[in-house]
Design a protein around this ligand. Sequence first.
Ligand SMILES: [Fe+2]
Length: 317
Amino acid sequence: MINALSYIVVETPRMREWAEQASTHVGLQVDVLEAGKTMRLRADEKIQRFVVTAIEGESTMGMGFEVADEQTLIACAAALEAAGYKTTQGTPDEIEFRGVQDMIHFRDHDGVRLEIAYGLKDADTEFAPGRPIGGFRMGKMGLGHVAFITEHFEETSNLYRNVLGMSLTDYTYKPFKVEFLHCNPRHHTIGIAHTGGKSAIYHLMLEYNDFDDVGRAYDTALMNPESIGVTLGRHINDHATSFYLKNPDGWMFELGWATRTVGPDWEVEELKGMSLWGHDRTWLPDEKREEARQILKRLAAEGMRAPVVLPNTQKEQ
Ligand SMILES: [Fe+2]
């Protein structure tokens, strides 16, 4: 039912910091609508990939998912209502801000705002990145992926898989439950983790077309090591080479490259770890960090490795 993750909805008391990091560090284009109040962030030809609004107090982050057309939006709203979610029609102002044809929204069990929309417009101007980068890998694969911690694993898994129609890519149940789900060739669009901790957005992955753009973002982050939430490394499942940059609201951007895609012949896998190498999670308690190190050592001793599949040789666009 869902085609892709389409955009992110941010409310933040830190507009200036968001604009600065998005533009000069990540390489997004900042399109200010009302100074200090609203801005769109662009990452490709689309009118926006983030809509950002200034608020006082706690920041929030929500997700906008794309469906094909009006009929699918109606079917999606009906499926959500049947599953017990109260859906609300977007207001003309909200629809205008997002640059979509139509939009509904609802909240998941953790209270995260989720939107379903169709017809996200192209911008009138070409994408002008905030620093010289070779662009982001989006298209049919959508904006990227989001991983979050839920306090309601079964309900959330059921929402994405059985109501919104995503499919399981891979999973692990140790040391805690995680499922990675896809809805297009992107290896996963959603990662759901049940750690026993409070619900929270963990990260949004953005994928550069060019490896050097990850390296340069890492160079910039190294000037402020505190900003690195997870060091450079390579994921065991989507094969992204990436690092995690803390954003002004405390959740993270995973800035990555060369993820592998999934097709109809994909077979669900149980994961042996999270990463092939690197990805030291600087925010973990010492004992958990040590546990992760031991897993990396074991995988290294087994000689586990994965080929790099260059993005432009895969059929996703
Ligand atoms: Fe990720």
